[in-house]
Every structure is written in C-alpha cells, then in structure tokens.
Design a protein around this ligand. Structure first.
Ligand SMILES: C[S@@+](CC[C@H](N)C(=O)[O-])C[C@H]1O[C@@H](n2cnc3c(N)ncnc32)[C@H](O)[C@@H]1O
Length: 240
C-alpha cells in the first residue's frame, strides 16, 4: 500500500463493508474523502468520483487522496448532489453523513440513478424513515441494511437498487425492514420509540388544533414498533 494508511471510523467502515467489489463509485458529499480513498487503498473499488457542493471539503479530499497515493484513480467534482455525475460513469453511489431529506432531494433530482443498474449506499444522519419511505415508493428496493454504533450513536446503512418493493408500514419506515437481521435491532427500535414518544410529548405541550389526531398516529406507530420488537425477541433476535 502506497502512502498513509487510513483507519476508518465504524460508521464509514460499515459503509465500506457494504460496497460491492470492482465498482466505479461516486461519493456524494465526500468531505474528507476517507471512504473512497480507503476503498481504493484496499483494492475494493476500481475508481472513484469524490463530489462535494463545497470547495473546502473537496480540497480536503484531494489532500487525503494525495497523502494515500490514490489520486490517479480519483476525479474530484464540485457539484450539488448528483448534478455533475453521469449515468455511464458509475456503478455505485454513496451518500453518507447527510440528513434523510437531503438524500431524498439529491435522488429525486437524479432519476437516471434509477434507470441504470446502480447500487445506492445510503447513510442518513436524521430521518431515515423519510428516506426508506421514499425509496420504496419511488422504484427502489432496499436490499440490505446494517446497523452500527459509532461514538454512542446508532446509524443505519441502507443498500438499495432499482426494484419492486412490497409496501411498508410507517413503523417499518422508522425501524427498517432488513434491519431485523441485525444484532442491534432491539436497541434501534427502542431508540426509534423514544424519539416518537418525545415527538408526542412535544405535541401534547404545544396543544395545537390537530394535536390529538397526530398523537394518536404516533402512538399507533409506537404500538407496532413494540410488537415488532417483541416478535424479534421471541425469534431469539435473529429475525429469521
Ligand atoms: C457531514 S459531511 C459527511 C462526509 C462523509 N460523507 C461522511 O459520511 O463522513 C457532509 C458533506 O456533504 C456535503 N454536502 C452537503 N450537501 C450536499 C449536496 N447537496 N451535494 C454535495 N455535497 C453536499 C458537505 O459540504 C459536507 O462536506
């Protein structure tokens, strides 16, 4: 291995473990560029486009690539989302470390990603339920999900491709479908329940006109999540 060897934090290592071998990867919102650089250093991907909407992070990615000796296998694009990427350049797209709604916005503006045979590697920092729901109602299939704890925070990594999905309930949007195979599923569901309960409490305090209806909606999701967690525990936590 040429140059400095990178050590990935668990969240990025989880994304790296989900990356198909031999692909041309676009990393959108690359920032430091650690993910594509590590994947190139370990010979897992063929080439990488590191893209960012801001010049400073992109310069950081260039420095990482140079320090690690992989510059000739990378290109760097200053662009918003997938605006500067072409369908025939990539086999996989990583969008990590952004909010679920931002990821949805980026994918909505790039319908070509659905038409081509591209693997999406997505890691939302917030609102994974918005992303999951959007994926399954917009022509994508969630093929796998991993859960990873990094510095005390639980993250989901979602792998999706074009495909037909069975409809999912709101509770499944919150806790994931494929996450049931993960050892951290029980903790993940508990965190999702706690978040929904806080939202219900906020509505109770706000006393807005439709509060009762919205609280009832959240409580229905919580009830389904509790049931799913109970079934998972009964199945000895394997989800199979
Ligand atoms: C928190 S960093 C995540 C870095 C890396 N992907 C990770 O997961 O560690 C978010 C990066 O996304 C970039 N970003 C935010 N919105 C973007 C967009 N619409 N298109 C491209 N990059 C974006 C920011 O400039 C920033 O560098």
């Amino acid at each position: 291995m040429e140059g400095r060897e990178l050590l990935l934090q668990p969240r990025l290592a989880c994304l790296a473990a989900c990356t198909p071998h031999g692909v041309r990867l676009a990393d959108i919102g690359t920032d430091h560029g650690y993910l594509p650089v590590w994947l190139l250093q370990h010979g897992i991907i063929r080439s990488a486009i590191a893209a960012d909407i801001n010049a400073q992070p992109l310069a950081h990615a260039r420095r990482t690539a140079a320090a690690c000796g992989v510059t000739e296998k990378m290109t760097f694009r200053l662009c918003d989302g997938l605006d500067g990427i072409h369908a025939d350049e990539v086999d996989a797209i990583a969008i990590a470390g952004m909010g679920g709604e931002t990821i949805v916005d980026i994918l909505t503006r790039a319908p070509w990603a659905l038409k081509s045979d591209i693997t999406l590697l997505l890691q939302p920092m917030t609102k994974p339920e918005v992303l999951r729901f959007w994926l399954v109602t917009n022509g994508y299939k969630i093929v796998s999900e991993r859960l990873i704890r990094d510095k005390g925070v639980l993250y989901a990594v979602i792998v999706a491709t074009a495909g037909v999905s069975a409809p999912i309930s709101m509770a499944q949007a919150y806790c994931g479908v494929e996450t049931v195979h993960e050892a951290l599923y029980g903790e993940y569901v508990e965190e999702r329940i706690a978040k929904l309960m806080r939202a219900a409490e906020g509505l109770r305090r706000a006393k807005c006109a439709d509060a009762a209806e919205r609280i009832a909606g959240l409580e229905a999701v919580v009830a389904e999540l509790r049931q799913r967690k109970g079934e998972w525990e009964h199945d000895d936590g394997t989800g199979r």
